[in-house]
Design a protein around this ligand. Structure first.
Ligand code: PHE
Length: 463
C-alpha cells in the first residue's frame, strides 16, 4: 500500500499543514479567554514553560513515530512494537479522540462562520452593547443556526480531506495559512494604534502574581496539548507523510513557535480592543463572540475589521479540522484498505451525526438539560459539582482526559518502550541538533509523566 499513501510536496508544505493543525480555535478563541480568566502575565509565562518542556518534546515524539513508521497512529504503534502488543490501542484512542473533538469543534467553527456572515451583513451596526451581547445567547440557543453551519463546515472539511494530502490538505494549508497570517497582521497593526494597547501589553506580559491559582497552572498545561494538536496522533499522521530524512527538530520547533506566536498575537489584538472599549477581559467562552462585535462597532474601521476577524477564526478552525478528520480517515485507509473517498465520507459523515447533539445543546431540552442531568452523577465522582450538556461534556472529556492520556502514552511509549538504538537513530536522522537527544529523552521520561499526572489529579479534584 505504501505507494498509494500520500507524501507532502515539500518541507514548507508540511510545516504549513502542521502549523495549520496546531493553530486553531485553541489559539484565537480559547487562549485569550483563559488568559483573561487567569489574570494575564504569570499564566502566560507558565503556559510558555509548558509548551517548551512538555509540548515540544511530545511534538517531536509524535512526528518521529509517524515518520519512522510511515503509518497513521494505530499502524505506527503496531509497527514499532511487538506483534499483538496492546500499544496499538493507544493509536485507537487517538482515532476515537478525533471523532469526539471534531464533532464539537465544528460547532464552534460554525459560530465563527455565522459571525462572519452577521458582521458582513451589518447586523451589529447601530445596536447597543447589551443587544450585541444578547445575539450570542440567541445563536447558542438556536438549533437551526448551529445545525446548519455545522453541516456546512463539515462539508468543507470533508471535501478538502477527500482531495488527499498534496491536492487537499497541503494545497489548502498553503492558501489559508498565509491568509491567516496576513489578516492577523492587519488586525495587530490596528490594535497597536488603539489606546488600550499599552494596558494590554502590560496585562499579557507583566506577571501579576496574585491572580494565578493552582487550577490555572494545570489549565495552562492541559491547553498546551490542545493547542499543539498533541495526544491523539494528528502529528503522528502528518509525520507519516514526511520523508525519513526530514529534520524533526527544526520542523517541531518552527510549528511550536508559530503556534505560540499566533496565540500571543491573538491576545495582543483582542485585549487592546477590549480595554479600549472598557470591557471585561474575564468574560469566559463568549469573549470573542461578544467583545469583538461590541468593541468594533464603536471604533473607526470596525465594520471592516469584524468580518476579517471572524474570517480569521474560520480559516484557523478549518485547517485544524482537516487534521482531525485525516486522523480518522487515515485509519480506515491504512488499516482497512478503504479508498480515501470512502474512508473520508464514512468517518466525516459519522462525525457530522455525532456533532448534531452538540449543535443542539443550547436549544434542545434533551441534549441540554437532559444530558446535564444524566452526566451529573458521573461528574460528581470526578469532583465537579454539576452536570454538563452534550457539547460541554465532549469538550471536557477530550481536553481533560483523552488528550492528556494519549500524550502520556505517546511519551511513555517513545521513552520506555522503543529500544535505545532505534530511538536514537530515528531521532537523529536528518537533523543537525542530535546533541539535544538526551535532554529530549529526559523530558519524555520524567518531566512529561509527572506533569500530566498532575493534570489528572487536578481533573478529579485532588489538587
Ligand atoms: N490545535 C487545535 C487548536 O488549537 C485543536 C486540535 C486539537 C486539532 C487536537 C487537532 C488535534 O484549535
Amino acid at each position: 500500500m505504501a505507494e498509494s499513501r500520500g507524501q507532502w510536496g515539500s518541507r514548507l508544505g508540511f510545516i504549513l499543514a502542521a502549523a495549520g493543525s496546531a493553530i486553531g480555535l485553541g489559539n484565537i478563541w480559547k487562549f485569550p479567554y483563559i488568559t483573561g480568566e487567569n489574570g494575564g502575565g504569570l499564566f502566560v509565562l507558565i503556559y510558555l514553560v509548558c509548551i517548551a518542556l512538555v509540548g515540544l518534546p511530545i511534538m517531536m515524539a509524535e512526528i518521529m513515530i509517524g515518520r519512522a513508521a510511515q503509518k497513521s497512529p494505530v499502524g505506527a504503534f503496531r509497527a514499532l512494537s511487538r506483534p499483538g502488543s496492546p500499544w496499538a490501542l493507544a493509536g485507537g484512542l487517538g482515532v476515537v479522540t478525533a471523532f469526539v473533538i471534531l464533532s464539537y469543534y465544528s460547532v464552534v467553527a460554525g459560530w465563527a462562520m455565522h459571525y462572519t456572515w452577521l458582521s458582513l451583513t451589518d447586523t451589529f451596526a447601530g445596536r447597543t452593547p447589551d443587544e450585541i451581547g444578547a445575539i450570542f445567547g440567541a445563536v447558542y440557543g438556536s438549533e437551526e443556526i448551529n445545525a446548519l453551519w455545522h453541516l456546512i463546515f463539515m462539508g468543507a472539511t470533508i471535501s478538502i480531506v477527500i482531495a488527499g494530502i498534496r491536492g487537499g490538505i497541503e494545497l489548502w494549508s498553503r492558501i489559508l495559512m498565509p491568509a491567516l497570517f496576513l489578516i492577523l497582521l492587519i488586525l495587530f497593526v490596528y490594535a497597536m494604534q488603539s489606546e488600550g494597547f499599552g494596558q494590554a501589553v502590560e496585562f499579557v506580559f507583566a506577571p501579576h502574581a496574585g491572580d494565578l491559582t493552582a487550577a490555572g497552572v494545570l489549565e495552562a498545561l492541559g491547553h498546551s496539548f490542545f493547542t499543539l494538536s498533541l495526544g491523539m496522533g494528528a502529528m503522528i499522521t502528518y509525520g507519516s507523510y514526511l520523508q525519513r530524512d526530514e529534520d524533526l527538530v527544526t520542523t517541531s520547533v518552527t510549528v511550536s513557535v508559530l503556534d505560540t506566536a499566533v496565540a500571543l498575537l491573538a491576545c495582543l489584538v483582542l485585549f487592546p480592543i477590549i480595554f479600549s472599549a472598557d470591557l471585561e477581559p474575564a468574560a469566559g467562552p463568549g469573549l470573542v463572540f461578544r467583545s469583538i462585535p461590541i468593541a468594533l462597532s464603536q471604533m473607526p474601521g470596525g465594520m471592516v475589521l469584524a468580518p476579517l476577524f471572524f474570517l480569521l477564526l474560520t480559516f484557523a478552525a478549518l485547517t485544524s479540522a482537516i487534521s482531525l478528520l485525516e486522523v480518522a480517515a487515515s485509519y480506515f485507509i491504512d488499516e482497512r484498505g478503504w479508498s480515501r473517498t470512502k474512508a473520508t465520507l464514512a468517518t466525516g459523515g459519522l462525525i457530522t451525526l455525532l456533532g448534531l447533539p452538540s449543535a443542539m445543546s443550547g436549544g434542545s431540552r434533551m441534549f441540554g438539560q437532559g444530558v446535564t442531568d444524566l452526566t451529573a452523577p458521573l461528574l460528581k465522582l470526578l469532583g465537579r459539582d454539576a452536570g454538563m450538556n452534550w457539547f460541554d461534556f465532549f469538550d471536557y472529556l477530550a481536553s481533560n482526559w483523552m488528550l492528556p492520556i494519549g500524550g502520556m502514552l505517546i511519551a511513555l511509549f517513545v521513552a520506555w518502550r522503543v529500544g535505545d538504538a532505534a530511538r536514537e537513530q530515528a531521532f537523529t536522522a536528518g537533523t543537525r541538533f542530535g546533541r539535544i537527544y538526551w535532554t529530549w529523552v529526559f523530558l519524555l521520561r520524567f518531566i512529561v509523566p509527572v506533569g500530566v499526572f498532575a493534570v489528572f489529579l487536578h481533573a478529579i479534584g485532588v489538587i
